[in-house]
Design a binder for this molecule. Structure first.
Ligand SMILES: [Zn+2]
Length: 610
């Protein structure tokens, strides 16, 4: 005998189905190696779980901004893509760390880049998008070599190599064991940062002065090192182990330890500590990674000072004023408080560095521009520098011989980019401002992987046309008066929070100006192929009032009609740099003389030690 199924009211069934849906989670926990597999093995514990922003994922993982594609170029095969949305994987916070399982490698690359992107978005005050709404593609096992690379001229993907550890000097690896660069937290962050910087300033791939590629390398290293301080539990452990001394050697301040040792170097690839401060060193350091290391050391000098100042009161309390820590293990409460201070200072300085992009010129970046942009961006939000972070950073740069050009003193007021008030610029078009602000606001509400119904019908080409006209009408006031064509390079709004909690809205527009073709033809070959460009970054407030204009005058032929002093000086500066280049050993073999600078200094060439 069968019992008839009870009749179900369709309306009630629909309600039951709706109730069965759960709210979307905010974060996705994923396990990773904190540094790399070698350090994990030696310490017996250094894997960690990070919580990245939740988004629905397809196997790969493949999300809104990142797509991991596991094609092994050397073996000529695809590895099975990990499905991070599988319930069995979700229940374990992702796959457990493993050197053998390529699916874990894919997970680690995704997790580390996701965390990095979130940090950039937070600092920049807007949702990040890749150009043309594409995704960043990452290949965890792209080739068999001691290298990892980002090459915007190939296809703009991240490629991670793998290799056998040195047979004679494998460091703390087994001789001949396979080292995967995609399992090094630092290498993944470093390469992804190259892609991010390239997205923010595309023209920085043009080697127009000695600092450009050094900035790329130093910035990517600094970001990788500061990301260590965001890893749960790791900071506490080394604070305890080194008795609050962050300048003691540890994986926290070293970069890509397994890679360095596995390559037979006998040590980490690079370090935050650098050489003893010597202001003269920078004048004789040309190789981009080494010159970049000076930048890293300067930033970390500032960080260590800020940290010491920040924990001084805690140490006084803990030692009854003597400052001398007792023998033995530190009290866990003290460790916790000191570690919190280290994390706070690290995050503040990393945020300052990323925020500097709001004020960086569209072309021809120098260390000096970077310092001035950091100071300006930070002063916007923290006018008083109450915790002394800015002062510590400026002093760190000074000790490494990085002096800002064209400023009267090292006071942070003098270091800020000058106010644009006396340029007499009209305000930016109201409709453009409104559209950009709305676009940014909606961007924050958009859930990843889903179209949001609030998306405005914002047509970027309409705003670009208006902003282009603004540049033509105000060319002289923007410093874009020289001969050549001006284009709108990018524009966006940014939301940030000031020290007193108020919301601050800025609108940023970038213009790039190229020299006329006859000028490029005349000077390009003698300048080793460097494209001659100028440009301006314009920062306005929400009312459209222009606050700052950071201009790089377009290099100008002194014989050209309408040549300006600043344009001629800029051409002289490029010629001076190429003369320096020709006198040093940066030249790559087998390059055409006409393109000797651009063919020697580009990502494919210099990133051979990533
Ligand atoms: Zn690099």
């Amino acid at each position: 005998m069968t019992v008839p199924a009870p009749a179900v009211d369709p309306a009630i069934a629909e309600q039951a189905i709706a109730a069965a849906r759960y709210p979307e989670p905010d974060r996705r926990p994923l396990q990773i190696f904190a540094f790399d597999p070698m350090i994990a093995r030696l310490s017996g514990q250094e894997t960690t779980t990070i919580a990245v922003p939740y988004e629905p994922l397809r196997p790969g993982p493949s999300g809104e901004l990142i797509q991991v594609i596991d094609y092994d170029g050397a073996a000529g095969c695809y590895y099975e893509p990990v499905n991070l949305d599988d319930p069995r994987v979700l229940l374990q916070d992702g796959l457990p760390p493993s050197e053998r399982d390529p699916r874990f490698h894919q997970q680690m690359v995704y997790a580390v880049i996701s965390a990095l992107l979130e940090n950039f978005e937070r600092a920049l005050g807007r949702r990040f998008r890749w150009r043309g709404d594409r995704r960043l593609r990452a290949f965890p096992h792209a080739f068999r070599d001691r290298n990892a690379l980002f090459d915007p001229d190939m296809d703009g993907t991240l490629k991670f190599g793998y290799f056998k550890a040195d047979e004679k000097n494998p460091g703390r690896n087994l001789p001949g064991q396979t080292v995967f660069t995609c399992l090094s937290h630092d290498i993944v962050v470093h390469e992804a940062t190259h892609a991010l910087v390239h997205r923010l300033r595309e023209r920085y791939k043009e080697p127009t002065n000695l600092d450009v590629y050094a900035f790329h390398e130093g910035f990517a290293d600094a970001v990788a090192l500061f990301q260590h301080f965001t890893l749960p539990d790791i900071v506490d452990r080394y604070i305890q182990q080194n008795r609050t001394d962050l300048t003691a050697r540890s994986p926290l301040v070293d970069l890509a330890q397994q890679f360095g040792e596995g390559s037979g170097m006998g040590r980490a690839l690079r370090s935050a500590l650098g050489d003893a401060p010597d202001p003269a060193l920078i004048a004789r350091t040309f190789e981009p990674h080494r010159r970049g290391s000076i930048l890293v050391a300067a930033i970390f000098d500032g960080f260590f000072t800020a940290y010491q100042t920040g924990i001084a009161d805690l140490l006084r309390i803990a030692t009854a004023g003597s400052g001398v820590l007792p023998e033995g293990a530190l009290h866990p409460d003290l460790v916790r408080r000191v570690a919190a201070e280290a994390r706070r200072a690290a995050q503040r300085i990393l945020t300052m560095c990323i925020r500097s992009f709001q004020y960086l010129p569209p072309v021809d970046v120098t260390f000096s521009d970077f310092l001035r942009s950091i100071v300006t961006a930070d002063r916007d939000l923290y006018p008083l520098d109450e915790d002394g972070l800015r002062a510590a950073l400026i002093e760190g740069f000074r000790r490494r011989g990085i002096y800002p050009s064209m400023v009267s003193s090292l006071a942070d007021e003098a270091l800020s980019w000058p106010d644009a008030e006396d340029r007499g610029l009209p305000p930016i078009d109201r409709d453009v401002i409104n559209a950009l602000v709305l676009d940014t606001a909606v961007g924050f509400r958009e859930r990843r992987g889903e179209e949001h119904s609030l998306k405005p019908s914002f047509e970027p080409s309409w705003a670009a046309a208006k902003l282009h006209r603004y540049a033509l009408v105000n060319a002289a006031r923007l410093g874009l008066a020289g001969p050549g064509r001006t284009k709108v390079d990018g524009f966006h709004a940014a939301f940030r929070q000031g020290a007193s909690g108020q919301l601050r809205v800025d609108v940023v527009i970038r213009y790039v100006q190229s020299v006329p073709p006859e000028t490029q033809d005349r000077f390009g070959p003698m300048l080793g192929g460097i494209p001659l460009r100028g440009g301006a970054t314009v920062v306005a407030d929400a009312t459209g009032r222009v606050r700052h204009v950071i201009t790089k005058p377009v290099p100008t032929d002194p014989d050209a009609a309408g040549a300006t002093d600043s344009g001629v000086a800029r051409l002289r500066a490029v010629r001076h740099w190429v003369a320096q280049f020709d006198g040093h050993d940066l030249l790559a073999p087998w390059v055409e003389a006409d393109r000797r600078v651009t063919e020697s200094l580009n990502f494919a060439r210099i990133d051979s030690r990533f």
